[in-house]
Design a protein around this ligand. Structure first.
Ligand code: NOJ
Length: 564
């Protein structure tokens, strides 16, 4: 299956670090680069070969670094350029590449390009951003921002508006303007020359806007229009990515993953087909939206496992032998998966392992978000003041103004707020993240869930992840086998097969706290010549009818052509 030709990242497992919350080396309560360096042994022990580093660039931190003031300097709180170079070098010694976050749909409003751009209509930087005149005292169109309110901010001095799909301190860059694109290619080259291993590209499928900027439909319960049809996978997105690839990426042996809300499987086939020379893989949002109701993210609904299975099936089939999938449950924008799709009380350990096994047996490159390997959980702060995330705080304000009760809003925040992922990494019983006061409160369950505990317990979630990473390196069926969904309509069991020329692997995962029954004959595999690959209960029965215990997961291999 052309395995010799395989790029290295097809067998990689990526570990995402949110630097602010990972490890603080100097007691200021904020994670930093030296903190990361001090934990490389830990990351290596897990088996990781790529780190995706959320932004470490200079930033006023309106959106924790996703608002970049200078793409070529390091945020003071995180350290210096020397620290960054040291991180790249030390990581190499640990067999780990550093993938950086590339945030070029927008910059900070404090970036010198924007400061210049708004200084005069004649500035040579004017067209680096998207400026329009208002319409009779109103913004140029009705689009809402992802972070609440209008997507337009008026610059009183110049009497015109700039577009910001995120916060007003994150003005959108104008990709129509060729000099801007050249700047981006140069800054990418600057980092690649420092020896990084690639880029995770922030909302990269938003960069091409319909230049007419038409009004969007106003959905029920909304004040603003939905502009997404005019900027998601916009008219020039493919030429832009191809240009970026030709001018920069093609010259380096690196990995690229595009964060792409709203990308369908058809889009992903185009973006990730190597013949098109765009990106290696995309982050889909479809499985992350399955527990949202008609009113969006905060309108939380229970996940229907059948939807999740169908969704994975669609993506596994669509990209098989065409492009490549990324696989993830968690990142810095998503709640903790064990609280979301597992069970973070009685079955926390079992369900965290089940979720890991279920995801890591799929085709694609898995991403582990810091603390996921410990089964870190969501957090419920009683006071709004303990929350830090701009999306959460803006949404709260907007909903209170609409008359929604504090309790109702907090229910959404507890389930979906991004700060669930951003509480500090739990290293020890006391926390171990900082000797000072953390910038955001620790999850109080650090006394029970922490690295120290995990490392010392050979049955911990950590070692399940470690084993899954080893399996991926050892078995080509995980990388290349085809995917077949079984028992598609079962409400609690996720059962699938991976199939290669000489073997079949059966993956069984119970997403409920009920005991379920499974008949081998329904799985279309022989029941005897099986080899247990991994399991979260440690044993698997071989009876014709197997009892699948609460949150149980296992993988068994069947060699083809061997008689029972
Ligand atoms: C996606 C990032 O993951 C998120 O954290 C950020 O707020 C937005 N893009 C804007 O950059």
């Amino acid at each position: 299956m052309g395995q010799q030709m395989d790029p290295w990242w097809k067998k990689s497992v990526v570990y995402q670090i949110y630097p602010r919350s990972f490890m603080d080396s100097n007691g200021d309560g904020i994670g930093d680069i030296q903190g990361i360096i001090s934990k490389l042994d830990y990351i290596q022990k897990l088996g990781i070969d790529v780190i995706w580093l959320s932004p470490v660039y200079d930033s006023p931190n309106d959106d924790n670094g996703y608002d970049i003031r200078n793409y070529r300097t390091i945020m003071q709180e995180f350290g210096t350029m020397e620290d960054m170079e040291q991180l790249i070098e030390e990581s190499k010694k640990h067999g780990i590449r550093i993938v950086m976050d590339l945030v070029v749909n927008h910059s900070s409003d404090e970036h010198e390009w924007f400061v210049e751009s708004k200084s005069s209509r004649d500035s040579i930087y004017r067209d680096y951003y998207i400026w329009r005149d208002g319409k009779e005292g109103h913004p140029p169109n009705n689009w809402g921002s992802v972070f609440s309110g209008s997507a337009w901010e008026k610059d009183e001095h110049m009497d015109s508006y700039y577009l910001h799909l995120f916060s007003k301190k994150q003005p959108d860059l104008n990709w129509e303007h060729q000099p801007l694109r050249e700047e981006v290619y140069q800054l990418m080259t600057y980092w690649l020359e420092k020896g990084i291993g690639g880029f995770r590209m922030d909302v990269i499928n938003f960069i091409s806007k319909d230049t007419q900027l038409p009004d969007g439909i106003v959905h029920p319960n909304n004040i603003y229009g939905d502009g997404s049809p005019y900027f998601i996978n916009g008219p020039k997105i493919h030429p832009y990515l191809q240009e970026m690839n030709e001018k920069v990426l093609s010259k380096y042996d690196v990995v690229t993953v595009g964060e792409m809300p709203g990308a369908t499987t058809d889009d992903a086939r185009t973006y990730t087909n190597p013949d098109n020379k765009e990106v290696n893989m995309v982050f889909t949002f479809e499985h992350m939206d399955l527990d949202s109701g008609p009113n969006g993210k905060w309108n939380v609904q229970p996940l229907k496992l059948i939807d999740l299975k169908r969704n994975f099936e669609k993506w596994q089939h669509a990209l098989h032998k065409v492009g490549w999938n990324s696989l993830y449950w968690n990142n810095h924008d998503q709640p903790r998966v064990v609280s979301r799709f597992g069970n973070d009380s009685e079955y926390r350990v079992l369900s965290a392992k089940m979720l890991a096994i279920c995801l890591h047996m799929l085709q694609g490159t898995p991403y582990i978000y810091q603390g996921e390997e410990l089964g870190m959980t969501n957090v419920e702060f009683q006071k709004l003041e303990d929350y830090r995330d701009i999306e959460t705080l803006n949404m709260y304000k907007e909903k209170i103004e609409q008359g929604i009760s504090h309790e109702d809003i907090m229910t959404g925040i507890y389930a979906k707020g991004r700060d669930n992922a951003r509480t500090p990494m739990q290293w020890t019983v006391e926390g171990g993240f900082t000797t000072g006061t953390p910038w955001i409160r620790m999850n109080p369950n650090t006394d029970e869930i922490n690295v120290e505990q995990a490392i010392n317990d050979s049955t911990s979630i950590f070692y399940t992840y470690q084993r899954l990473i080893q399996l991926r390196k050892q078995h080509d069926i995980i990388t290349h086998g085809s995917f077949q969904l079984l028992l598609a309509d079962h409400p609690n069991l996720f059962v699938y097969k991976r199939v290669s020329a000489d073997e079949e692997w059966l993956v069984v995962a119970n997403f409920s706290d009920q005991t379920e029954q499974l008949e081998w004959k329904d799985c279309d595999v022989a029941s005897k010549s099986q080899e247990l690959i991994i399991s979260n209960y440690g044993t698997v029965q071989t009876n014709e009818i197997v009892e699948i215990r609460p949150y149980e997961a296992f993988v068994v291999a069947f060699k083809k052509g061997i008689e029972n």
